[in-house]
Structure formats: structure tokens, C-alpha cells
Design a protein around this ligand. Structure first.
Ligand code: NAD
Length: 252
């Protein structure tokens, strides 16, 4: 059955990777989806791939005015807002001795301030029964080497969410963190290609999978189906949790 029939959802950073897969699963479950991202061309390509229940709006999550304008446009298009997936995020490899102030500011501007500016202007618009999903990472508890800044940003939003469930008490809106481990996206594959060369990518993906209790890394669609669940009435009493959708990686 279609869990999100008649609902309207916003997915930030929806032009690629996990966000695109989330948008596809939402549409498959009956939702109208508006994806936001930085580039018009990338948005247009994603909307064409997802189909007529999806449209795009160019907006930078680190700019509050962009997000306010995006939500106003969502209401103009659909007249309602039921779900928000704060997915846009960045993660650069920067070991301690090479962390720069610029890298610090950029990581927190997108991954923390960007989540705040995705959530804050949505709150007055979300209907009771509405749901917010913030895409975290297993790096929030286990940052891999060289990913301390990224892990810190994901831990920061996880703790924001713990506080926010109390701040939004009585709104009927739930908010949770969905934390992937390694997900087989183009961005993961291109990062591996840059580090180890293009020919080494399939073996590197296999090796990452072997380190996981399930023996593989995730398909992006598996983030989509988990986000559908968290935004559906089936998850009606789940709020404030960090749900690891990581094949058990964070538990071993
Ligand atoms: P991705 O780079 O494919 O997608 C992220 C999208 O966000 C891109 O389309 C990008 O243009 C957009 N974006 C970046 N900065 C933005 C901004 N300021 N405003 C609006 N959009 C912006 O990456 P992905 O792997 O799909 O990652 C999506 C989320 O999942 C991120 O929050 C990431 O930290 C998280 N995550 C990914 C993995 C993984 O293995 N791929 C694992 C754990 C967590």
C-alpha cells in the first residue's frame, strides 16, 4: 500500500544520490515531492528522471531567505506540507593536521546551519501528523579517520533534534535522524576513484561491504524506504531517535 498518498514532501539536496532515491520512493508511495538543490540543470535532470509528481526549486540550505522562498513556492504549488527530508550535506576528507578554518565553516554552514534553516521555516507550515527526517551518518558516533569535522557536524544535528522534540511539543510534528553507513552513490564511487583510481572502485566497494555485518553496502533506495516509513503514520510514535540504516555497521 502507498504510505504517503496525498502528502507533499520537500527533499533538500534531492538532485543526486540519497536525496534523489528518497524522492523516488516518496513518489512511489503516492507523495508529491519538491526537491531542492543548488544547480538548476541538476534539478531539471532529476525531475525528468523522477517524473510528473516531482518538481524542483533552486535553493541553498545555508541561506534562510532561499529556504523561506522555497517553502512559499511549495505552498503555492501544492497548498500543503507534510514531510521534510533535510538531506543536503557535504563531507570532505580532512585529517586533524589539515583542517582549515574555511573547511570548518563550510561543513557547519551546510550540515548544521543548513539543517536549522531547513527545519525552522517548515515548522509553521507542517500539518499535525507531519514528519521531519534529518539525514545523519554513522560518523555521528564513529567518524572514520579524516572525517572528524563531518562526524562532529552530524553529531551536532543529532543533538539539535533531541532538543527540538521538546521545543516543538504540541505541534503534532515528529522529527528523527536517519543515519546511513556507506551507501552506493555516485559521490561515494567518485570519492573512491579519486583516492584509489577508477579501476580500483569495484574492489573498494566490495571491501567496504565485507566490513559490514550484512556483507555489503547500502543501495540508496534503502534510505528511501526507511525515510518513507519515518514520514508515514506507521511511525506515528517515533520521534527524537537516530535510526541507523547501516546494515548494523555502527553496532559492531
Ligand atoms: P550527494 O553529494 O550525492 O548529494 C548531496 C546533494 O546535496 C547534492 O546534490 C548537492 O548538490 C546538494 N547540496 C550540497 N550543498 C547544498 C546546499 N548548500 N544547499 C542545497 N543543496 C546542497 O551526497 P549523498 O551521498 O547523496 O549524501 C546525502 C546525505 O547523506 C548527506 O547529508 C550525507 O552526509 C549523508 N550520508 C551519505 C552517505 C553515503 O555513503 N553516500 C553516508 C552517510 C551519510
Amino acid at each position: 500500500s502507498r504510505l504517503l498518498e496525498g502528502r507533499t514532501a520537500v527533499v533538500t539536496g534531492g538532485a543526486s544520490g540519497i536525496g534523489l532515491a528518497v524522492a523516488e520512493e516518496f513518489v512511489a508511495n503516492g507523495a508529491d515531492v519538491v526537491i531542492t538543490d543548488l544547480g538548476r540543470a541538476e534539478l531539471d535532470a532529476a525531475v525528468a528522471a523522477i517524473g510528473p509528481k516531482c518538481s524542483g526549486i533552486a535553493a541553498d540550505v545555508s541561506k534562510l531567505a532561499d529556504m523561506e522562498a522555497a517553502y512559499a513556492e511549495v505552498i503555492a504549488r501544492h497548498g500543503r506540507l507534510d514531510a521534510v527530508v533535510a538531506n543536503a550535506g557535504i563531507g570532505a576528507h580532512a585529517p586533524l593536521h589539515r583542517i582549515t578554518e574555511e573547511e570548518f565553516d563550510r561543513t557547519f554552514a551546510v550540515n548544521v546551519k543548513g539543517v536549522l534553516f531547513t527545519v525552522q521555516p517548515a515548522l509553521p507550515l507542517l500539518r499535525p501528523g507531519g514528519s521531519i527526517v534529518v539525514i545523519g551518518s554513522t560518523a555521528s558516533i564513529r567518524p572514520p579517520a579524516g572525517m572528524s569535522l563531518y562526524g562532529a557536524s552530524k553529531a551536532a544535528v543529532r543533538n539539535c533534534v533531541r532538543g527540538w522534540i521538546q521545543d516543538i511539543k504540541g505541534s503534532g510534528v515528529r522529527i528523527n535522524v536517519l543515519s546511513p553507513g556507506a551507501v552506493d552513490t555516485e559521490s561515494l564511487r567518485s570519492a573512491l576513484a579519486m583516492a584509489q583510481g577508477a579501476d580500483a572502485v569495484p574492489a573498494a566497494v566490495r571491501t567496504m561491504g565485507e566490513g559490514n555485518p550484512t556483507g555489503r553496502i547500502a543501495d540508496p533506495r534503502e534510505m528511501g524506504t526507511a525515510a518513507v516509513f519515518l514520514c508515514s503514520d506507521a511511525a506515528g510514535f517515533i520521534t527524537g531517535v537516530e535510526l541507523f540504516v547501516d546494515g548494523g555497521m555502527a553496532q559492531v
